[in-house]
Design a protein around this ligand. Sequence first.
Ligand SMILES: [Zn+2]
Length: 476
Amino acid sequence: MTPQLSFYNTASRTQEPFTTLHPGVVNMYCCGPTVYHYAHIGNLRTFVFEDLLRRVLDYNGYAVKHIVNITDVGHLTSDADTGEDKMEKGAAREGKSVWEVAEFYTKAFMQDWERLNLKPPTRWTKATDHIPEQIALVETLEAKGYAYVIPEDGVYFDTAKFPRYADFAGLDIRGMQEGARIGVTEGKRNPTDFALWKISPSDAKRAMEWDSPWGRGFPGWHVECSAMAMKHLGPTLDIHCGGSDLIRVHHSNEIAQSEGATGVTFSRFWMHGGWLLEAPTADGNGGGKMSKSAGEFVTVDLLLKKNYGALDYRYFCLGAHYRSYLNFSWEALDTARDSLKSLRRKTDPLIGRASAIVSENALGWQRRFLEAVYDDLGFPQALAVLNQMLKDPDLLEGEKAALVRDFDRLLGLGLAEKTEREEKVLPGPLAALLEERKDARNNKDWKRSDEIRDLLKGKGFGVKDNPDGTTSWFPL
Ligand SMILES: [Zn+2]
């Protein structure tokens, strides 16, 4: 019997058989990054989980419409719509315009995406490309009586008008009202009310602002996701994903404003990835959820600098269930790197030797692997099945190879491809490029040197310029 797909749905707090609104089609929206800085590997863990989900859906033959947004505007540093604008903060830090900052970190994010072997979404959507849609959504909410204006401040969503507001995250609204702090935006009717549109202060010019029926300003952070998801995927999505830190405020708000506007369920499944936890640093900073502000800021670039491959980190993520906390440490990453290496030693000789999967035994291994994966993305168990399968003496080599190729469609570890990753020598044309780069550097032609570095990166190799003037290369 073919195993059935089932996923844990945050909305119902149960694991449910997966079904779609329209046969054969999955409309999936994933909250993307705010591009004011590099993504750290804790952010990226969520996108690895979403990639695994995407691969399972593709594997099952669904036509997946997969949208990931780029938040390039108007995201204040606090969930309570107060604090600085993250984009403007990034621009001030780097002495660049907000547009330059957004472009730079969007590119950096997409590069991380590729390095981690994440499948490209059907569409990336930028918040700044969807200002009219966001304004239209706020107008609809205003017309339906969900919104109110605080003069010279902004348009707010009245959460008391949406009685189900607290249900999604199980919020204790009464407790929140009693505990409402001073400093909460003056004029807000309820502590959970949130900004749909912020009006620019009359005494300050913002770098990113637009005209609106309420005055010049910028959209609230939450409204972009609802507006873009509904524009590209329709009023009801099949799956909405994000990190579990988004449940309480961002996703409660997305539901309130989307369902307030349309009157129908916004997303049938809500799936959330668990946090990556970091140990406190020696001086006692950090610990807990990995963040940009505390502890060590670990990016994919840093991993590469330390001679890890991006796929070592992907393998590390696969070793824990996506909803569990995962403790990051360099020692744990070493273990993942060693395990992936030893797995490759077993799978590399099988590359290119796949036959058909026909024997009862092979079909049994395939079924056990899929049972694990289809049971709310049980990839740690699936990896164990893969390792056991490779040890099975009764399995013919051709079938083993075919199973590896089949499983890797879901794992995304590049186990079934002939790559140069493991080779000790740079392939000829690339070696010549590296030589050319050496000359360029000697001639202080940094532009050409960077071009070649990027070319090599595209081929899966990083280069490192050593203090002694030599250059080393390493597989990414
Ligand atoms: Zn979102």
